[in-house]
Design a protein around this ligand. Structure first.
Ligand SMILES: Nc1ncnc2c1ncn2[C@@H]1O[C@H](COP(=O)(O)OP(=O)(O)OP(=O)(O)O)[C@@H](O)[C@H]1O
Length: 606
């Protein structure tokens, strides 16, 4: 981040977490809180697998002993035990799944909140470093992938160790040679095979994560740009590129599946080897009188059951690479430098809002977007910021609403550097109506309530009235419940901006920054909206950013930006009186507007 002359040495309450911890630590912190549940899930899982092993061993003994036709009472305990182990296995497995998933989802929810909080701090200035679809993949798929660390890796490995050791001890008590053979086979199935899987599948797994993210990114881009691509006949090429990405993902998934298949074959071989070894050792021990023949079935069946503990481990090990890759991708978000210094204080008042010698530079940009800007906003004052495209107007808006830090100069609210304050608290006082205001895919009512959730119908209509769109809303069959479509596609550009304006009015900010609210409208509609905007925000400090000069005559001060610097400032009359960019722009706008057929601008819902 560029040096910040304006930064206080140490803003009070600047969150310590801004020190960019790794995502793994973020997940670990969440896991810490669910440790008890994870341990319980491990215990239940070990119990369930223990029941499986005991079930097979007891059944083996029962069948062998029953063949000798002893008194039924002698078998009663074993029969009951078989039932108990059978029921216990299912029951414990069910509860283990509940507890394990509950713990994991809690960890994921906490992790997702933390990642979202990070994203929020980065946005919007630092987010362009990530592509939209890629961010989506990180936020959804990568966070989801982290669940494997607990559900598929740590729990199964811990359970395998406990049950594996107990099974080996059990077998060794009956016949030490069988115990030794089982230990060796379990080490092969539980350590060597998973290790081999990791070695074979690691690259493929990493590629799978990257390919899946690339596929999401391209699919999102393709869907968003579909109308333009179809109109330009370029959709076919993009679809083919997407197809190629899909095939790449298929290839890496196939390579990784091949490793899984190999692991399954090796595990089956190790199981078979353990059973054969137990059979050979058991048969010779029976022959030598060192083992009761009835126990031979137990010795032979035990490895079969014990191997259940390690069969899932190669798949678990395989997902280790995926988890690491997702971790690394989340760590990039966590480590990305926030574009603003955040304190924790809440501003009591914002006036006067003063920029003094302020410069601004966007992350990654080589040149400053603003240089040496002075601005003072007092209560109720209305300032118009005008200038050509690229002059730095939106950058000024970003500075005012704390999306960007000044790289030079000072920005103070009521005399205190803005870096002392929580940016969210600043934004509760300095409202922003964007150039392409976002409407959510829900009703008009819910879109307005983003600004004030508890607002009742009279307040909503008062805000709509101020934005001169209330009559249109009343005329709709569903009124306030009319859906606006995704990104407001079911309403016109002018209606969208007016709804956004109503939202800003409803929020009641003491300072309102209106960033090119008329940018995409035809001149008559734009001018009508500008007048309505100024009327709706009457009495509030307003910074109207615009490339059109019509309406500026109502501002207390006009600031003309060019190349990131203020080149003129004053009232409309004063600026018209001198030969300068404002007068040139004003005269050109009058002349050019004269070329358009002019009609009465629509006032309601254009
Ligand atoms: N998010 C961003 N990241 C990097 N650079 C940016 C970003 N937004 C603007 N810039 C750069 O800052 C400079 C000023 O742009 P800005 O958008 O502030 O101008 P503007 O006067 O609002 O233009 P317009 O009227 O076209 O919106 C330009 O050089 C632009 O490339």
């Amino acid at each position: 981040m560029p040096a910040d002359r304006n930064s206080p040495a140490e803003p009070p309450g600047a969150p310590a977490e801004l020190g960019a911890p790794a995502a793994a630590e973020t997940a670990a912190a969440s896991a810490e809180r669910s440790r008890g549940r994870l341990v319980l899930a491990g215990g239940l899982g070990a119990g369930a697998l223990g029941c499986s092993v005991a079930l097979l061993a007891t059944s083996g003994w029962l069948i062998s002993r029953a063949s000798q036709q002893p008194p039924v009472l002698e078998l009663a305990v074993a029969v009951t035990a078989v039932r108990a182990f059978g029921i216990g296995r299912g029951l414990l497995r069910y509860v283990e799944r509940l507890v394990g998933h509950d713990a994991t989802f809690r960890i994921l929810a906490a992790l997702r909140s933390r990642v979202y909080a990070r994203l929020e701090r980065l946005g919007p200035a630092a987010l362009p470093a990530f592509r939209r679809g890629d961010l989506l993949a990180r936020f959804v798929a990568d966070v989801d992938q982290i669940q494997d660390r607990y559900l598929r890796i740590r729990l199964p490995f811990a359970i395998a160790v406990v049950v594996g050791v107990l099974s080996v001890l059990g077998a060794a008590v009956l016949l030490p040679a069988a115990g030794a053979a089982l230990a060796v086979a379990l080490l092969i199935g539980g350590v060597v095979v998973p290790w081999l899987t990791v070695r074979t599948a690691e690259r493929a797994e990493r590629e799978t994560v990257a390919d899946r993210a690339a596929l999401t990114t391209s699919a999102v881009e393709l869907l968003q740009g579909a109308p333009e691509l179809i109109a330009h006949g370029a959709a076919g090429a993009r679809l083919r590129a997407l197809d190629e990405l899909d095939r790449r993902l298929e290839r890496s998934a196939a390579r990784s599946a091949w490793a899984t298949g190999l692991a399954a074959a090796l595990t089956a071989l190790a199981t078979g080897g353990a059973v054969l070894a137990a059979l050979a050792a058991g048969a010779s021990a029976v022959e030598g009188g060192r083992l009761d023949p009835v126990l031979l079935a137990v010795v032979v069946l035990l490895p079969l059951a014990a191997f259940e503990t390690v069969t899932g481990l190669p798949v678990a090990a395989r997902s280790l690479a995926r988890v690491r890759e997702s971790d690394a991708r989340l760590a990039e978000i966590v480590a990305a430098e926030p574009p603003v210094t955040a304190g924790s204080a809440r501003p009591d008042g914002v006036f006067p809002l003063v920029l003094s010698g302020v410069g601004a530079r966007w992350p990654g940009a080589s040149t400053a977007a603003l240089t040496d800007v002075d601005l003072r906003v007092d209560a109720g004052r209305r300032i118009a910021v005008v200038g050509a495209s690229g002059a730095g107007k939106s950058t000024l808006a970003a500075l005012l609403v704390r999306f960007l830090d000044p790289s030079a100069g000072t920005f103070t609210l009521a005399g205190r550097p803005v870096q002392y304050f929580d940016p969210d608290a600043v934004r509760e006082r300095i409202g922003w109506c964007a150039q392409d205001a976002h409407l959510f895919d829900t009703s008009i009512r819910d879109n307005l309530r983003v600004a004030r959730p508890e607002a009742g119908e009279p307040e909503l209509f008062a805000a709509l009235d101020a934005a001169r769109i209330a009559d249109w809303v009343r005329s709709l069959p569903a009124g306030l419940d009319t859906p606006v479509g995704e990104r407001g596609t079911r309403v016109s550009g002018g209606q969208r901006q007016r709804l956004a304006l109503a939202r800003v009015v409803l929020a009641g900010f003491p300072v309102v920054v209106l960033d090119e609210p008329t940018a995409n409208l035809d001149p008559p509609t734009a001018d009508a909206l500008t007048l309505d905007l100024l009327a709706a925000t009457e009495g509030r400090a307003t910074v109207l950013i615009t490339h059109r000069l019509a309406g500026c005559e109502h501002a207390d001060e006009i600031v003309v930006l060019d190349g990131g610097r203020i080149v003129q400032r004053g009232t409309h009359d004063a600026l018209l009186a001198v030969d300068g960019p404002y007068r040139i722009g004003w005269e050109r706008e009058r002349r050019d507007d004269g070329r358009f057929p002019t009609g009465a601008p629509e006032r309601v819902g254009d």
